[in-house]
Ligand binder design. Structure first.
Ligand SMILES: [Zn+2]
Length: 318
């Protein structure tokens, strides 16, 4: 009787030990399985350092999955950390970096992002495409984005000489916005006069062809936009001056100061700012304003971006 009870006790102890061992093994198994299937482990296997893995795992799933599915990519973290990084441009960033790495200088990632986003890593008038006319007043027209062939807006109006030198025209809504702006400026003692508004395809073509004929295409590209690539042909751009001011002293004038402080209230943006020549493809022009509508003008101003960059990041969706 007593011996039998001892035997049972022994059995229970063995069973208990067995169960504990089993549980330990099971937990170890699960932990090992979790470890070897974790993104952390896989990224390590691909070649990322611990520090890089921590950075990658902070990114969105899209980027993590990209890292998991590709070879070690030392640009991934640098690029995705840039404020104006656009995912659909990833392969283009990589291509451009590859080109840059052929030169001794170090790669500046911020610069890579800006150039690729605005296509300015390409030569002017290459990789061109037609601008998305569905964007209305938000279209981009520059040396990479053209208007439709021989485009002419159908709501062009004459600008009366109270507001303009003789012979200028512009799209109706732009004129109304300009009128509102000029009247407000007038109350503060600033006279705004349109120096140039809408220019037709033919006008731009003749101008460009004449430059090209006389001095070659490179010269022409420096001094005139090609037809269909001019913002003036869109009917949304105005060159604004005051009497007695010329292009040389404009940036120091009160007129320029007033315009930079107030133009977005009326839907206009300074299109070719100082210091942004490489991005816009144009020398600083304090007098050239582009109508985009009040809402968009405020957003562009707030972003601190050129319109070319803003378009790439916020408007070019497809
Ligand atoms: Zn202009």
């Amino acid at each position: 009787m007593y011996r039998k009870r001892r035997k049972i006790k022994k059995k229970v102890i063995y069973l208990g030990i067995g169960l504990i061992l089993f549980i330990i093994l099971l937990i170890t198994g699960i932990l090992l399985y979790k470890h070897f299937t974790s993104n952390e482990y896989k990224l390590g296997k691909i070649g990322y350092s611990e520090k890089e893995i921590t950075s990658i795992l902070k990114l969105d799933d899209t980027y993590i999955n990209y890292a998991l599915e590709h070879k070690y990519d030392d640009d991934l973290i640098q690029l995705t950390n840039q404020k104006w990084f656009i995912w659909k441009n990833y392969d283009k960033y990589k291509d451009y970096i590859k080109d840059l790495e052929k030169q001794p200088a170090e790669v500046n990632y911020e610069d890579v992002i800006t150039k690729v986003n605005t296509k300015t890593n390409y030569k002017y008038y290459t990789h061109t495409e037609e601008t998305n006319m569905d964007l209305g007043y938000g279209i981009l027209v520059n040396k990479y984005y053209s208007l439709p062939n021989q485009y002419a807006p159908d709501d062009i109006v004459d600008i009366p000489t109270t507001y303009s030198f003789a012979g200028n025209q512009i799209r109706e809504e732009v004129f109304n916005a300009f009128k509102e702006m000029a009247d407000a400026a007038k109350e503060e003692g600033i006279t705004l006069i349109v120096n140039s508004g809408y220019r037709t395809y033919e006008y731009q073509k003749n101008l460009y062809d004449q430059y090209a004929r006389e001095n070659g295409e490179d010269f022409a590209d420096d001094y005139a936009a090609r037809p269909d690539f001019s913002e003036h042909q869109s009917g949304l751009a105005l060159d604004i001056v005051s009497y007695g001011l010329n292009m040389d002293n404009f940036a120091e004038s009160d007129t320029y100061k007033w315009l930079t402080e107030n133009c977005t209230d009326y839907g206009f943006i300074l299109r070719y700012p100082e210091g942004k020549e490489e991005i816009t493809g144009y020398a600083f022009e304090g007098w050239h304003y582009r109508y985009v509508g009040k809402d968009l003008a405020k957003k562009v101003e707030k972003s601190g971006l050129t319109f070319d960059e803003y378009y790439a990041y916020y408007l070019d969706k497809d």
